[in-house]
Write a protein that binds this ligand. Structure first.
Ligand SMILES: C[S@@+](CC[C@H](N)C(=O)[O-])C[C@H]1O[C@@H](n2cnc3c(N)ncnc32)[C@H](O)[C@@H]1O
Length: 393
């Protein structure tokens, strides 16, 4: 493919063959400050569109949709004139466009054209998972983890876990730009259990992205941790991937992690994950909460009795309130927070991912005051202080 911004954008829009284009390091300041813009493809009534999300420093986001046929010109203009950094992710490789301080353009293009055949997007192509068990390398760790058989076929009962891990990887893929671009990446998988996620993330960064990774999984189950260390060693991963058996409360982190992950840490263990991640100054925390019990039992909210009198509704309310308070608490600690869906909600009710990215500059004081007010009001309404509040390290 030609090394020319316009032809790259024209190719991507013509073949509808990209996952995501992220524009960052804006040349001219805006008010409020623009953090980045992200373009993704979607289809509606058989027509392909490009949606561009503009994310601002005050936490707000703005969306605009363009027919894919008209988007190339606009995307090329953004990459050439508005931003110094453009990262393109496609199913057949990535491309980085970077302008130096002297305005020299550097393009590292690793997108492979597939014999001119467009890679279809939207609802008309099967979902392509990041981990493909048909390639030997991926299968090599999926088999000992019990996700595939020895031929690389996903076991039926492990399909939900396989989908969860792949979706989690896609969400990791989405925050790659927030991580250091060079050097060893420090990653923690907290409450890792059988560590499907740790192996997948380690594989993703080291084998698919060529990064050096120092990754630790932590869980308090000795047999599971011993098995994970054995698998890591048998796969030749143990130089960068190891597992510790201990209670998360006892773990001392000596070096700031770049990425803190957690998939389904039970109940208040998710609060431990978030509080530790924040205390260690992790720039990115991705956490999928599990069961919620704590607030359900401690909530004392007479004004909400029209809901709390029904146990099922009280559970839904306390689930949502627990996660919303976690988000607010993260925002009070200068994170930008999103709540995204992990997989199809019909597959599991434990389906939310809290995505928290530490801001380069703290929120302004008035924004902090408003978060504090919202937080206090919410606690007062619920009649309790959440566990997270007490869990500061
Ligand atoms: C539902 S499992 C999830 C395991 C794994 N992340 C996964 O998705 O397959 C929750 C795990 O959290 C671990 N855990 C809960 N509280 C913990 C704590 N305080 N310290 C360490 N591990 C903890 C449990 O031992 C268990 O393995």
């Amino acid at each position: 493919m030609e090394k020319n911004i316009r032809s790259i954008m024209e190719y991507l829009c013509r073949t509808k063959s990209f996952d995501r284009i992220t524009f960052s390091r804006r040349r001219e300041k805006t008010e409020p400050d623009t953090l980045r813009e992200t373009a993704v493809l979607f289809r509606k009534q058989n027509i392909s569109y490009v949606q561009i999300e503009t994310r601002y420093a005050d936490g707000k986001a703005f969306h605009r949709n363009l027919p894919a046929g008209d988007a190339a010109e606009i995307l090329a203009g953004m990459a050439e004139h508005e931003y110094r950094q453009t990262d393109i992710h496609t199913p057949v490789g990535d491309c980085e466009i970077r302008f130096s301080k002297k305005n020299e353009c550097h393009i590292i293009n690793r997108i492979r054209e597939e014999d001119g055949a467009p890679v279809l997007h939207g609802h008309d192509r099967p979902h392509r998972y990041l981990l493909d068990p048909e390639t030997d390398a991926a299968a090599s760790f999926l088999f000992p983890l019990g996700i595939t058989d020895e031929h690389g076929r996903i076991l039926d009962k492990k399909r939900p876990k396989y989908r969860q891990i792949n979706r989690f990887l896609e969400l990791v893929n989405d925050v790659v730009e927030e991580l250091p671009r060079e050097g060893t990446l420090r990653v923690l998988d907290l409450c890792c259990g059988k560590s499907y996620l740790s192996f997948a993330v380690y594989y993703y960064f080291t084998k698919m992205r060529g990064r050096t990774v120092s990754m630790t999984g932590i869980d308090r189950k000795p047999d599971v941790i011993a098995a994970c260390n054995d698998i890591a060693s048998s796969l030749g991963f143990s130089e960068g991937l190891s597992f510790l058996c201990m209670d998360l409360k006892e773990y001392t982190c000596t070096e700031r992690p770049d990425l803190v992950l957690s998939l389904h840490a039970c109940d208040t263990a998710t609060d431990l994950v978030l509080s530790r991640g924040v205390a260690w100054g992790a720039p990115v925390i991705l956490s999928t909460p599990c069961c919620h019990h704590e607030l359900f039992h401690r909530m004392n909210a007479p004004s909400l009795s029209f809901m709390t009198e029904y146990s099922l509704l009280k559970q839904k309310l306390s689930d949502a309130a627990t996660d919303a308070l976690r988000c607010l608490w993260l925002k009070r600690n200068d994170y930008e927070v999103q709540v995204v869906e992990l997989i199809d909600p019909e597959e599991t009710p434990k389906n939310l991912m809290i995505r928290a990215v530490k801001r380069k500059t703290p929120y302004p004081p008035e924004t902090h005051e408003s978060f504090d007010r919202e937080y206090r009001d919410a606690c007062e309404l619920l009649g309790c202080v959440p566990f997270l509040e007490k869990e500061t390290v």
